[in-house]
Every structure is written in structure tokens, then in C-alpha cells.
Write a protein that binds this ligand. Structure first.
Ligand code: PLP
Length: 426
């Protein structure tokens, strides 16, 4: 399955011996009744504490935004200008191209899809009028993107991920010939879960490619755009590229402070062409009188500008870097040279993507669960929750304390060997 020979250099007897050892180790773990949750990419308590100061500002807040709006009251359907400006700086777009929401960018994504179906996006026929809607889904990817497709009955087409983004030859070919392909989900920087950042060439190909559907849309989820673990990585500005290519309305960009300040209590935003934004604002103004502007103001005062966000993210990186490096070193120590696993060493984001031999991922996750380590369900990173090769496991190292993370990863390594040796020797 693309891997080198497993356990190269081991004799059969040595493998049998190794399996016995691994089984003993597994039994010991099982008897310890661990309860370790590694299933979702959540910030840890130390990370959350980094933003507590925001509420101290709250105690002396005047509630009045830069252009004189009383944030305690109704008004401004798409949020206050000083918070728009911060996202605009991060994304390299103008304030008119930004719509602020409440806390969840996922909810803005859902809202866009829903509007695309029911009312139609700017200059587009409502998708509900069409027989079939298909989306391309670069995979492994973010399970909640795929869940939205499932809910709306959008047929998902899996596109493999490469080192520098999705397989663009395949993407271009598919969108050029099938008019029912209306969209694609992308997590173009520190992708969930592969950690991949799309190359400039990939971004340009997205902006310029010919699509059979004239209402083809790119859903560009930059959830991790400021989440560097090491030096800053740059992502080419897709809205600029789309404009240059004469396709300004092709892309919708999503971002939030969920993993900058507080998930569920941060600020989310989307960016798109001025025409797209105007059209959406009209629809949103029927849906709501406005978002939580007090929270916008708190965030804007806390960060001041994009540099404030960057400085804040360096503190997150200090907390997270040791965790990512720990996972890598435990994998290296236990699995290095055995050719039974490959894992990513991401430069940012929230996940490590682990590939085990084909047909083993589900069993490994089950074994881990039985030993008290809860992982993201195998397959979750693929459309319909089905990994065609049953080999990808998403590791979320951010939440658990270091000692728990270490324990969980040692157990996972044991489970990997347990399942793989069992297959080899049976
Ligand atoms: N997008 C990606 C790629 C994510 O990984 C996550 C959370 O894990 C989200 C969006 C959720 O964002 P929000 O909290 O803004 O809804």
C-alpha cells in the first residue's frame, strides 16, 4: 500500500516474540482503566486562559464602536468596523468584503450553503431547483464540512490530498466536464487533518480553472491561518487571484477566533466579493437584526490589529509546540524504522494525520478505545465517514495535558503494533 516492507529485517520468530510482548503491554494498559480523550481539536485550558484578560477590559468598556455605534443595541447586521478591519488585515481583503457573524464560522458556512439552496447566491439559480448537486471533497478533510453536504443531500466526490494541496489535475478535469459539481471544500492552510498548506500554484489553479458550472463556488476555510507553530507560512490570497482571473464571485472565505480566543464565544467572519457580500447581507438582514457586537468590540479592543492577533498566537504556539513535538518523538521512538506508520509533522494547525497499513485504522481505534483512549473515529476524515483504505487516523494533540498526551500516544503505538502484527502473523 505504498509503504515499504513492514518490519524489515525481523525474522518470523522475532515477530512472534514481539507480538507477545505487545500483547502483554496492552493487557497492562487495559487494566489501568485510563480515560483519555483525544477525539477533538479543542484548545487546552492554558490556551483559553490566554484570553481571559479580554473580560477585564469589559469592566471598563464604553460599549461605543469607532463610528459611534452603541454596541449594546440593535443594528449593524454584519458587525462593527474595527473588528472587520482586523479580519480584513489577516485575510488581505477590504472591510467591504467582510461580514462578521457571531462565534461560529461553521455556522456561516452552513448559512451560505443553505442560502445557495433556498434563495440562490448572487447571480445564481437556487440549487433546490436543480436535480443533482455535487461537491468535491479533498480528503482526508474536515468531517463537519462533509456532514453539511450529507445533510443537504449533496453528493460528495473524494479528491486525494497531495503535499501541496488537492490533486488539481483531478479537480480541473472533474469541474470542466460536470455541470452538477457546484462546489469544493478547502482548508488551505494547515489543513485539517493533514497540515498541508496549498502552494501558490494550487491557489492560482483554483482561481483560474474553467468550470462547466458557471456558479461553481470554492468554500475556503482558513480556520488555521494564524495558527503557526514555527515561522509564519503564507497562503496566496485567493480572492485577489479570483478577481485577476475574472472570477471574483467564485470564492467564500471563512475564519473565526474559535482557536484564537474562545470556541463558542469568539467572533466568526466571512469574506467574499462585494457583490456576493451585498447579496448575503440582504438575506442575513431577514434572518437576524444583528450579531453580538459587544463581543466584536471586546475582541477588537483586546487585539487592536492583526499584529495583536499574531503576538497572541505566538503564545498559543509556545503551549502547543511541545505537544506536537512530543507526539512526533513518541511515534519516532516506538514506530520509527518499522515501516508500519507514516505521520505528518505539521508546521501549524491543530492536527497530526497518521496513516497505518490499509485495513487497520478502524481496528486500531477500537483497540485504543478498549484501553481507555478515545480517538476521532476512523473514517471520519472522509466523505460519508468511510475511508476507502481504512488507514487514516486523526490525532488531536492540543487538549490533553502533556502527561496524558504522552500516555495516550504510548497506548496508541501499542495498539498499532498489536493490530499490524496480528495481521502479519495470521
Ligand atoms: N473549520 C475547521 C477546518 C475546523 O477544524 C474547525 C474546528 O475544528 C472549524 C472550522 C470550526 O470553526 P468554528 O468554531 O468557527 O465554527
Amino acid at each position: 500500500n505504498g509503504m515499504m516492507k513492514q518490519y524489515e529485517g525481523f525474522t518470523w520468530e522475532q515477530l512472534v516474540e514481539r507480538k507477545k510482548k505487545v500483547e502483554r503491554k496492552y493487557e497492562i494498559y487495559k487494566n489501568k482503566n485510563f480515560n483519555l480523550d483525544m477525539s477533538r481539536g479543542k484548545p487546552c485550558v492554558e490556551q483559553l486562559n490566554l484570553s481571559n484578560e479580554m473580560y477585564k477590559l469589559g469592566a471598563s468598556l464604553d460599549f461605543i464602536s469607532e463610528d459611534g455605534v452603541d454596541c449594546r443595541n440593535y443594528g449593524l447586521v454584519d458587525g462593527i468596523v474595527e473588528m472587520k478591519r482586523i479580519f480584513a488585515q489577516i485575510l488581505g481583503v477590504s472591510e467591504e468584503e467582510i461580514i462578521l457573524g457571531d462565534s461560529s464560522s461553521l455556522s456561516l458556512m452552513y448559512g451560505t450553503i443553505e442560502k445557495a439552496f433556498i434563495h440562490g447566491l448572487y447571480n445564481c439559480e437556487p440549487w433546490k431547483n436543480l436535480k443533482k448537486i455535487k461537491f468535491l471533497c479533498p480528503s482526508p478533510g474536515y468531517d463537519r464540512h462533509f456532514a453539511i453536504c450529507e445533510l443537504f443531500g449533496i453528493e460528495m466526490i473524494t479528491v486525494p490530498m497531495k503535499e501541496d494541496g488537492p490533486d488539481m489535475d483531478m479537480v480541473e478535469k472533474l469541474v470542466a466536464e460536470d455541470e452538477s459539481i457546484k462546489g469544493i471544500w478547502c482548508t488551505p492552510i494547515y489543513s485539517n487533518p493533514t497540515g498541508v498548506t496549498y502552494s501558490d500554484e494550487v491557489v492560482r489553479r483554483f482561481a483560474t480553472m474553467k468550470t462547466k458550472a458557471n456558479d461553481f463556488k470554492i468554500f475556503w476555510d482558513v480556520a488555521y491561518i494564524v495558527h503557526h507553530l514555527y515561522e509564519e507560512q503564507k497562503l496566496l490570497n485567493i480572492l485577489d487571484e479570483c478577481k485577476k482571473a475574472g472570477n471574483p464571485d467564485r470564492v467564500f472565505i471563512y475564519i473565526s477566533t474559535s482557536k484564537i480566543t474562545f470556541p463558542g464565544a469568539g467572533v466568526a467572519a466571512m469574506a467574499c466579493s462585494v457583490d456576493n457580500a451585498r447579496h448575503l447581507r440582504k438575506l442575513i438582514s431577514i434572518q437576524t437584526i444583528g450579531p453580538n457586537k459587544i463581543n466584536h468590540l471586546l475582541h477588537a479592543r483586546f487585539f487592536r490589529n492583526a499584529d495583536g492577533v499574531k503576538a497572541h498566537m505566538r503564545k498559543h504556539a509556545e503551549i502547543l509546540r511541545p505537544k506536537f513535538e512530543l507526539v512526533n518523538s513518541i511515534f519516532e521512538k516506538n514506530l520509527g524504522g518499522l515501516n508500519i506508520a507514516q505521520w505528518t509533522k505539521p508546521k501549524g494547525g491543530y492536527f497530526i494525520s497518521l496513516d497505518v497499513p490499509e485495513g487497520c485504522a478502524m481496528e486500531i481505534v477500537t483497540k485504543a478505545q478498549e484501553a481507555g483512549v478515545k480517538l476521532t473515529p476512523a473514517g471520519a476524515t472522509f466523505p460519508y465517514g468511510k475511508d476507502p483504505y481504512d488507514k487514516n487516523i486523526r490525532i488531536a494533540p492540543t487538549y490533553p495535558p502533556v502527561e496524558e498526551l504522552e500516555q495516550a500516544m504510548e497506548i496508541l503505538c501499542t495498539c498499532i503494533e498489536l493490530v499490524v502484527l496480528d495481521k502479519i502473523l495470521s
